[in-house]
Design a protein around this ligand. Structure first.
Ligand code: C5P
Length: 238
């Protein structure tokens, strides 16, 4: 379950909306029925990184999905900044390599001495398949590449990884102690939207996800709080 092993509501809602006001309104409406919030690139680039702090003020963990990938010094400072704003997790691409992941971990730790915070290494984006990996010079299958990056993440000592449900088994096998965060989740009765490899919340947890990232099935529901509560109830009952 959580990094502390405590049972928790595993739903992280992706606040993929246009304005900061919309994000805060949505987060307030959902906070009783979810485990935390994800602030992704759309909100970070639009409303700005201060949104991480504005959402963290509500008291639930905030996942700053910045997908950092740059030279180590730059990534160190960006992670430090997001940590200062109150991020509980910050993402950095595993493909940025060992030194970059170490720099991310150190930058975040220096900013968050008083509270828990950790780097999540992004493994392979769910939008990429093995043939696309080959075109960028990665000749492995998706599963092998995820395993390689999960091993690296564990060696560097980051807190966890982001991977699809399909690769959860690979991560459990090679790096069982890493926290596993999984997008591409769809309740059985909802639209897949543009996600191609989807799984239900219950399947994701059964396969080893600690946290599941869910956006549109909650944020675009007629009653977002009811949609979130129904997902939490399903997962809790399973
Ligand atoms: O609306 P939906 O549930 O598809 O949102 C999923 C969220 O997870 C989005 O914020 C998206 O950026 C993120 N994500 C993803 N696949 C990844 C990494 C992140 O869908 N591999």
């Amino acid at each position: 379950m959580s990094s502390t092993g405590e049972p928790h509501n595993p739903v992280l809602v992706a606040l993929d909306v246009r304005t900061g006001a919309e994000a805060v309104r949505l987060a307030r409406a959902l906070q009783a029925d979810v485990g935390g919030f994800k602030v992704g690139l759309q909100l970070m680039m639009g409303a700005g990184p201060a949104m991480v702090g504005a959402i963290a003020e509500l008291g639930l963990p905030v996942f700053a999905d910045a997908k950092l990938h740059d030279i180590p010094d730059t990534v160190n400072k960006a992670a430090h900044h997001l940590g200062s704003l109150g991020a509980r997790w910050v993402t950095a691409h595993g493909a940025g390599g060992r030194a970059m992941l170490e720099a991310a971990r150190e930058g975040l730790a220096a900013a968050t001495a008083g509270h828990d915070a950790g780097i999540l290494a992004v493994t392979v984006l769910t939008s990429l398949d093995s043939s696309q990996l080959a075109t960028v010079g990665m000749g492995s299958s998706v599963g092998k590449q995820v395993s390689r990056l999960a091993r690296l993440a564990a060696e560097v000592g980051v807190e966890g990884v982001v991977c699809s449900v399909k690769e959860l088994g690979d991560v459990v096998q090679v790096a069982p102690d890493l926290l596993r965060v999984t997008p591409g989740i769809r309740p059985a009765d909802s639209d897949a939207n543009d996600q191609s490899r989807v799984a239900t919340p219950v399947e994701a947890i059964a396969r080893g996800a600690d946290w599941i990232v869910i956006g549109r099935p909650i944020t675009r529901a007629k009653d977002p709080a009811a949609a979130a509560a129904a997902i939490a109830a399903d997962v809790g009952a399973a």
